[in-house]
Design a protein around this ligand. Structure first.
Ligand code: NDP
Ligand code: MG
Length: 388
């Protein structure tokens, strides 16, 4: 029996991971976590009976401890509790379903234990990709992407048999983008869009933060940086193509122009399952792609004048050092403010850009430098809020 730690088990990725795991005979979830949603975590804990759970918010952790006092389940708390879960000797894989840079420290802790990381938390690679990838190499930890585009690229690259000449043979990674709910719109028409409109994603049901990122195209920008780290590619070899139907999950173009794509219905359960079972595949039902009804597949160029976050992400990646952490931290704060109706949709890109313009980059940053840059960017955005 394999045991799998699910960080962020109360979120969109976490809940789907548990659904996938219910279909597996030889793997069980062990170690679950939430930020504050203890009702759902209690239900999950009673159902899956992990040894430990973690509630990041201390007051909520106390409440859950009382609720679970009739069980042997240990209730941890705070960010230290997440690290203890990530380091558990029992599990061989950690699914990182936490949203935001909060996922970085527990992911690094799991890497240092040599575990497999089923990586959903893209912010980890965006902010600290160099460190994460080199630690993974040093500790023999496999990083298998859960993000659907990166899972697709990972599967396409598996078609290469030649183990040499990687840089020569791979011409480009082509990440597909749905375009989000505001595809085709002009800047003027986006001035007064509401939170509800931005949360209405056409193809995917996801947590609130990534859904807003999909509407601004910041999600694709973060994914470009994620792909560059995961697949060791320069940014100019990571391309973005709008594909409204989200059937082609991404592609790899080789030097002879052969292009390999991975197709499927838009459903995160396949990439989640594959990251757990890799290199094996396991039967999955109810997700067959019907080519006769999935409609024509269309392709468009991304509009980076309207959706400036995508261009900002390329810029931050090109500058490197602590700049991607500033892009990410400013964006996390801006999205939270948008979700509280405190800033407008187009201001998300404005404040991210302003933070980037004011940041003094630290090159070859340590984890502490990255966390400081993140904190600085968040404070910068909050300060600029009072000026808006
Ligand atoms: P959700 O918001 O649905 O879930 C996030 C999870 O993280 C919840 O369990 C939440 O707890 C917990 N959490 C939130 N803040 C903190 C914190 N500060 N410290 C510790 N835990 C925290 O997000 P998603 O599942 O949509 O996304 C998770 C990650 O996966 C993101 O990085 C996203 O980009 C990535 N991803 C998601 C996809 C999807 O389909 N959802 C697709 C591809 C990538 P609580 O329930 O208490 O809020
Ligand atoms: Mg994605």
């Amino acid at each position: 029996m394999r045991y799998i730690t699910v960080l962020g088990s109360t979120g969109s990725i976490g809940v789907q991971t548990l659904e996938v795991m219910e279909t597996m005979e030889n793997a069980r979830p062990d170690g679950l976590s939430t930020y504050s949603r203890i009702e759902l975590l209690e239900e999950q804990a009673r159902r899956f009976k992990p040894d430990k759970v973690c509630v990041v918010r201390e007051d909520k952790a106390k409440e859950l401890k009382a609720k679970l006092s009739d069980t042997d389940i240990k209730v941890l708390s705070g960010p230290e509790g997440l690290v203890e879960l990530a380091e558990s000797e029992k599990s061989d894989t950690v699914v990182t379903g936490i949203v935001g840079i909060a996922g970085l420290i527990p992911t690094l802790a799991a890497i240092k234990k040599g575990k497999r990381i089923a990586l959903a938390n893209k912010e980890t690679l965006v902010t600290a990709g160099d460190i994460v990838m080199s630690e993974a190499k040093a500790y023999g930890s496999e990083i298998i992407p859960v993000d659907s585009e990166h899972s697709a690229v990972f599967q396409c690259l598996a078609a290469r048999v030649n183990k040499e000449d990687y840089e020569k043979e791979v011409d480009a990674i082509v990440l597909t983008a749905s375009g989000g709910p505001f595809f085709g719109r002009t800047r003027e028409s986006l001035e007064n869009v509401t939170r509800a409109q931005a949360l209405a994603h056409p193809n995917w049901e996801m947590g609130a933060k990534i859904t807003i990122d999909s509407a601004t195209l910041m999600n694709k920008g973060l994914e470009v940086l994620e792909a560059a780290h995961l697949f060791n590619m320069p940014l100019d070899k990571v391309e973005v193509l709008v594909h409204r139907q989200s059937i082609i999950h991404s592609m790899v173009r080789f030097c002879d122009n052969a292009t390999i794509a991975q197709l499927g219905v838009p459903d995160m359960k396949l990439p989640i399952q594959y990251a757990i079972t890799y290199p094996k595949r396991m039967i999955m039902t109810n997700n067959e792609l019907d080519f006769l009804t999935c409609g024509p597949l269309t392709f468009d160029k991304p509009d980076t004048d309207t959706f400036r976050c995508l261009a900002l992400a390329y810029r931050a990646g090109g500058i490197g050092g602590t700049m991607p952490a500033v892009l990410n931290g400013a964006n996390e704060e801006a999205v939270a403010l948008f979700l509280q109706d405190k800033i407008r949709f187009l201001e998300i890109a404005d404040v991210v850009e302003a933070a980037m313009n004011s940041h003094k980059v630290v090159t070859n940053p340590t984890v502490d430098d990255i966390l400081s840059a993140d904190k600085w960017a968040r404070e910068y955005v909050l300060k600029s809020l009072h000026k808006i």
